[in-house]
Ligand binder design. Structure first.
Ligand code: FMN
Ligand code: SF4
Length: 673
């Protein structure tokens, strides 16, 4: 960085002169502390935690420090459990024992070394947990099962309440001892303290239930205990759900009353406004089917109650323009971002330094950041394969290769584009061949299924812009075979030729229209049977949406449950949309035969067969690897004809999977090249 360049996150100049996002990059006072700008990496569970000891890891430190180095003003370490009964999910971290302090201290040190402040979020999962995680009962205000967890919790006794308050107090002490700059008490998202606040979950008849004052009692006692422990010099704030979207749940009006009630009795240095609980989980982390900034207005609603203390807005605040506009409108004083900073750790620095067009925007797909935890793994990201690998592959570490090489990439889908981008960033001379005139591959077809899916295409549009900017030589509209791929004598060929639509091995399968073709060209007749081979994910569902939107009466036949492979945040709105569009579900059925005007299906549970009337049968089948070029190159290697050429296959031509897998493959083979 030149001496004249603004420090990451500190300034906001742009080449056209004058600050481009002046409000976003103005310092913010949070009680006694000033942070360098108003971009906050909000609390979230990454699961970069030791799953056995529940301690934070070095990996978590690198993950957070990467975003601090990328210019954010404040990092909030997500959900830290104050009591063993709160540890009711896999991969969450504890702060209820002194053994936790060294790891918190290390994480704080790593974040602060990059110029950001760090707060810790104190939490207890309450009844929204899983007893298998810690072999303990769940705690809640009342013995009423949460609709998502489906377990009757223990209704907390007065003794439990006193114990819990003490645990919050000592957890706050540990964070301060570990060098944290502030504390956030988690009153949001349907977890324990939120359960006390909300009539949806609090049915108590004692002094902790009933009128608002009583429902606020435990959160207030916790906040008073935390403040008494940390004193006036440490900022203490809260995170609330302003709207729970459930009967008897919190509303912006009641949430504002709660905030005013708490602030009249204890000092709060900020209020972070979110929304939802597990019963409305799809709106907690809204996917691309929601408009951008769908819930920021709740921050505006609560702001009137905070008596000047700063208010943070959140959820799908993807672009700096949008964030700046929220601050300008007075909706909020700062913005909380999670997924946009998972997708691009340098989001803030790029916005501040006039590198706006280089921001790799989060596409709100939830595929990696929610899909990882959904499958029992840590978070990942469809557009950022370095998530969780910051220590080795973060943006500050992906240096240039010592010797530039000639690299040829065959295929311009997500895998090919990512390979070309990474190789070019490493300083290699890259040629990319793509048979189509457009870059993007199957992502473009998938994104065309519905208007709201267009954001999916941004993942490849971004890469296409970057490879052009990096000087990759593009040979679009040219299908390369092995000979063409070797034309300029590359020392490395990355084959990313993708997949071909698979079929169904059933009588009459030649009548089945592949989903990709149905989306691109449409199908005949009013009645359409759409057979899902078993992926039970976005492809079958968006094809069903597309066909229903085109006016067909669609029956979706699937071997298990509809959309069962989708994460818990995107699946409910998908099911709602499908049913609202009139799509019929035929679950636990597979396609067994197709003939003119009918589709025969078999129930997987009983083997019983039945016949459906169908003017068209569309198949959402598993794809087949298009590995011809890869095999040609391997054969040349085997014959000893290209002894000095490395050959790699990435993405669907290696094994047909999702775009995230193609991007992982591409990054893996090129980051060391
Ligand atoms: C993987 C993941 C884990 C999360 N865990 C927490 C958490 O521990 N505490 C919390 O307050 N919010 C949590 N959230 C919610 C986020 O803080 C944020 O409100 C939400 O992601 C919407 O913001 P975004 O659109 O910027 O991602 C989590 C979000 C994600 C994606
Ligand atoms: S996986 Fe998708 S939603 Fe999650 S951070 Fe990455 S781009 Fe955003």
């Amino acid at each position: 960085m030149s001496p004249d360049a603004p420090a990451p996150g500190a300034g906001a100049s742009n080449p056209s002169g004058g600050p481009r996002y002046p409000l976003l990059f103005r310092p913010l006072r949070i009680g006694p502390l000033e942070i360098r700008n108003r971009v906050i990496f909000a609390g979230h569970g990454s699961r970069f935690v030791d799953w056995h000891t529940h301690q934070l890891t070095e990996r978590q430190g690198h993950y957070l420090a990467e975003r601090a180095a990328g210019g954010v003003g404040l990092v909030i370490q997500g959900s830290s459990m104050v009591h063993p009964t709160g540890l009711a999910a896999a991969g969450v971290n504890e702060v209820y024992s002194d053994a936790a302090i060294p790891a918190y201290a290390r994480v704080a040190e790593m974040v602060q070394a990059e110029g950001a402040a760090i707060f810790g979020q104190l939490s207890h999962l309450g009844r929204q947990g899983d007893t298998f995680a810690n072999h303990r009962e769940l705690w809640a205000p009342s013995a009423v099962a949460d609709p998502a967890s489906r377990v009757v919790p223990h209704a907390m006794t007065r003794r439990d309440i006193a114990d819990l308050i003490d645990c919050y107090r000592s957890a706050a002490r540990r964070l301060v001892l570990a060098g944290f700059d502030g504390i956030e008490v988690y009153l949001a998202h349907g977890y324990l303290l939120c359960e006390f606040l909300s009539r949806f979950s609090n049915r108590r008849a004692d002094g902790y239930g009933g009128p608002l004052e009583n429902r606020c009692r435990l959160p207030l006692e916790v906040l008073e205990a935390v403040r008494a422990e940390v004193g006036d010099s440490v900022p203490v704030g809260i995170r609330v759900s302003a709207e729970e979207f459930v009967p008897d749940g919190l509303s912006p009006g009641e949430c504002s009353e709660i905030v005013a009630h708490l602030m009249a009795r204890t000092r709060l240095d900020y209020v972070s406004v979110s929304q939802s609980n597990y019963a409305s989980i799809d709106r907690m982390i809204p996917d691309m089917s929601f408009p951008r900034a769908p819930f920021a207005h709740y921050a505006g609603a609560v702001r009137a109650a905070t008596d000047g203390a700063p208010v943070f807005a959140v959820a799908r605040l993807v672009s700096p323009e949008q964030c700046e506009a929220l601050l300008e409108a007075g909706t909020a004083d700062a913005v909380c971002l999670v997924r946009p900073l998972i997708a691009d750790p340098e989001w803030a620095a790029k916005a501040a330094d006039g590198r706006r067009e280089d921001i790799r925007e989060c596409i709100s797909c939830n595929v990696g950041c929610r899909g990882g935890p959904h499958r029992g793994s840590p978070i990942a990201c469809l557009v950022n394969p370095a998530v969780g690998e910051e220590a080795r592959w973060g943006f500050r570490r992906l240096g240039r290769a010592s010797a530039p090489r000639r690299v040829t990439v065959v295929g311009g889908g997500p895998g090919g584009l990512k390979a070309a981008e990474t190789a070019a960033l490493r300083g290699h001379d890259v040629v990319l061949w793509e048979a189509s005139v457009r870059l993007g591959g199957q992502v473009l077809v998938a994104a065309a299924a519905m208007d709201y899916r267009d954001e999916f295409a941004e993942s490849v549009r971004f890469l296409a812009r970057q490879v052009r900017k990096l000087g990759v030589e593009l040979r679009t509209g040219s299908r390369a075979d092995a000979a063409l791929a070797l034309q300029n004598e590359p020392s490395c060929v990355v084959v990313a030729t993708g997949g071909l639509p698979g079929g169904f091995e059933v009588p009459g399968s030649e009548r089945v229209v592949p989903a990709q073709t149905a989306i691109s060209h449409g199908v005949a007749g009013p009645r359409v049977v759409l057979a899902d081979a078993g992926e039970a994910g976005w492809k079958a569902c968006t094809t069903a949406e597309n066909l229903a939107a085109a006016g067909h009466a669609v029956t979706l036949v699937t071997p298990g449950s509809v959309a069962v492979a989708m994460d818990a945040f995107s699946r409910p709105p998908m099911l709602r949309r499908l049913r609202a569009a009139g799509v019929e579900f035929l679950e636990y059925h597979t396609l067994s035969a197709v003939s003119l005007g009918t589709a025969e299906v078999t129930e997987t549970l009983t083997g019983r067969r039945s016949t459906l009337a169908a003017d068209s049968v569309v198949g959402s089948a598993y794809d087949i690897a298009d590995d011809a070029v890869y095999n040609e190159l391997l054969a040349l290697q085997d014959e000893g004809r290209i002894p000095d050429t490395e050959v790699h296959a990435v993405g669907d031509c290696l094994a047909p999977r999702g775009a995230i897998d193609a991007i992982w493959d591409a990054f893996r083979v090129t980051r060391d090249l």
